[in-house]
Design a protein around this ligand. Structure first.
Ligand SMILES: Nc1ncnc2c1ncn2[C@@H]1O[C@H](COP(=O)(O)OP(=O)(O)OP(=O)(O)O)[C@@H](O)[C@H]1O
Ligand SMILES: [Mg+2]
Length: 285
């Protein structure tokens, strides 16, 4: 794993494996800012999308659009209080279940809305719809604190139409993840709903930390890795020590009051760097 971004991964080689980028850190340390950006500076999500479209356009112009084409599909989910919600269609959120694709070993959510997108505008619209449906709430530390983990997934399928029907379709997935941040009740002043949300957030982040720790232990390949302890680790299973290239961005705040949290984030980053993934090309025949 790498603590720097590898946004070009999916875009450069549409036949390559899955990629995941996520930001990790305590509440109000800048995860959403990094992933989503602000009015004045683009975040990882829009930069990645831009690069994917630029690459698709470049490949089309090089190979002539008549003999090669791409299909881009997007989905957007959140994990709120350990329940998976469809951010592109909140009506559709009853009991969505995680399943494993037997070919790619990647996890997917049965019944989750997947939309085909053909332009930057269409993808932007999906992001905006999803963000409007996401759970965000105010705490003492962050006015717009993310109360859920979100995964914006872009799936690109590329086929050489010349060879159809025998050609393999190469499928690449990019997961852009905005985690909710760990938080201490003493700092956030959370009570009621916020307290319940904070409990679920901390629990799933603990599960993430435990998975990372296990993956760095000697002989972990053979031993049990507790992916099933949270929806977050289950969905990101192939990105954590599996068939994917994963970049983790760790965010910290320089405020002295949060020295313990900063220390713990840096410890997580140190462990995460030791995890070795095994990326492979995904081909569907
Ligand atoms: N690098 C930065 N430059 C300027 N402003 C920033 C930067 N990073 C974060 N901020 C600001 O700090 C505040 C908190 O950031 P943000 O909401 O991204 O935190 P977070 O880690 O996502 O927190 P949470 O876990 O509560 O969701 C926001 O107002 C954001 O605009
Ligand atoms: Mg956030």
């Amino acid at each position: 794993m790498h603590t720097h971004s590898r946004i070009g991964l999916l875009a450069r080689t549409p036949g390559c494996t899955a990629g995941t980028i996520f930001a990790y850190g305590q509440t109000s340390s800048g995860k959403t800012y990094t992933m989503k950006g602000s009015e004045n500076s683009d975040g990882i999500i829009s930069m990645a999308i831009m690069q994917i479209f630029q690459t698709v356009i470049a490949v089309r112009s090089l190979t002539c659009s008549s003999n090669r084409d791409f299909l881009l599909r997007v989905s957007y989910l959140e994990i709120y209080n350990e329940v998976i919600k469809d951010l592109l269609n909140p009506e559709n959120s009853v009991n969505l279940k995680i399943q494993e694709n037997p070919q790619s070993r990647e996890m997917f959510i049965k019944g989750l809305t997947e939309l085909s997108v053909g332009s930057l505008d269409e993808i932007d619209q999906c992001l905006r719809i999803g963000e409007a449906n996401r759970h965000v709430g105010e705490t003492n530390i962050n006015e717009f604190s993310s109360r859920s983990h979100t995964i914006f997934r872009i799936v690109s399928s590329g086929a050489s139409l010349e060879d159809v029907p025998s050609a393999a379709v190469k499928v690449s997935t990019l997961n852009l993840v905005d985690l909710a941040g760990s938080e201490r009740v003493g700092h956030t002043g959370a009570e009621g709903v916020r307290l319940k949300e904070g409990g679920h957030i901390n629990k799933s982040l603990l599960a993430l930390g435990n998975v990372i720790k296990k993956l760095t232990e000697e002989g972990s390949a053979a031993s049990h890795v507790p992916y099933r302890d949270s929806k977050l680790t289950r969905i990101l299973q192939s990105s954590l020590g599996g068939n994917a290239r994963t970049s983790i961005i760790c965010t910290v705040t320089p405020a002295a009051a949060y020295i313990d949290e900063t220390h713990s984030t840096l410890k997580f980053a140190g462990k995460a760097k030791q995890v070795k993934n095994k990326p492979e090309v995904n081909e569907v025949r």
